[in-house]
Ligand binder design. Structure first.
Ligand code: R5P
Length: 277
């Protein structure tokens, strides 16, 4: 039985169809004081809770879903299409928490194992007290791309070059390269151009997440006379005015997956999750 979180109903439905599993008609409620409550009307021996922790409320809701499902199921598997707080994978200053570890420990208490999609750093999977595996959905980002002219697949930093190569390989050809990025603050990044020529080429930018859109829009500003520009990512958080930043930067289209449900989430990660479960 698939138990969907309120923020992951699309991917949960896709996963249920993919696996041929029933989908529990979970009810979600919010009290006037801001607390959340869920009701899981039915489950069976195996409960697969599917919930992206895109907000603090979503984190609490996930713990509630695990607890409700675990009362009747023999095994609870937790699928985190997007793991919130995953980018806080270290204490950046003395006195700060390792937030990803704190979240992982809390999530571990209500589940037998965890599966997540493209965590920011693979090491985050070690923070869980139960087995945690990850799947790579980047290859699926090639699916919505149109036929490209002399394509260049670019990641905004060296750490994401593997994603650019994965999308390039899934597309079936082209050059892959990366920018050098220095982050000054939450919203300010400095990006130096890559060595690859961008003139008259279709450029596909690939990152694990677009959050404020600062990284992508700053990277786009470095492109010299490109043909078309496509911004792709696994996790389209698109917080605040990120989508507008991308539009103003000259992006022709944005493609993301349904780990976070947004208007641009045209690619489902359900098949890659189903394969690994
Ligand atoms: C950082 O290393 C990540 O891969 C992303 O580049 C970053 O988190 C995106 O954030 P934003 O959209 O806020 O620049």
């Amino acid at each position: 039985m698939i138990i969907p979180g309120s923020t992951s109903q699309e991917v949960a439905a896709e996963l249920a169809a993919e696996l041929g599993e029933p989908l529990s008609a979970v009810e979600y409620d919010w009290f006037a004081d801001g607390e959340t409550l869920v009701r899981v009307p039915e489950t069976d021996d195996l409960a697969i809770v599917v919930a992206s922790t895109v907000s603090s409320d979503a984190h609490v809701e996930l713990l509630q879903l695990q607890d409700a499902a675990g009362q009747r199921a023999d095994e609870v598997i937790t699928v985190l299409p997007y793991m919130g707080y995953g980018r806080q994978d270290e204490a950046f200053e003395p006195g700060q928490p390792v937030s990803a570890r704190a979240m992982a420990r809390a999530i571990s208490t209500g589940t037998d194992r965890v599966l997540t999609v493209n965590p920011h750093e693979e090491a985050v999977t070690d923070f869980f007290d139960v087995p945690c595996a990850s799947v790579d959905a980047a290859g699926r980002l090639a699916d919505p791309l149109p036929a490209l002219s002399d394509p260049l697949f670019l990641s905004p930093d060296a750490g994401a070059i593997g994603l650019a190569e994965t999308v390039r390989d899934a597309y079936g050809g082209g050059e892959a390269d990366y920018f050098e990025k220095v982050r000054h603050s939450d919203t300010e990044v400095e990006i130096k151009p890559s060595d690859a020529s961008t003139t008259d080429r279709d450029v596909v930018l690939i990152d694990d997440i677009i959050a404020t859109g600062s990284t992508m829009s700053t990277a786009i500003a470095q492109l010299s006379e490109p043909n078309r520009i496509f911004a792709t990512c696994v996790h389209p958080m698109l917080a605040a005015n990120a989508r507008t930043k991308l539009a103003n930067a000259g992006v022709n289209a944005v493609y993301g997956t349904d780990t976070i449900e947004r208007a641009v989430s045209s690619v489902s990660v359900a098949p890659v999750i189903a394969e690994k479960l």
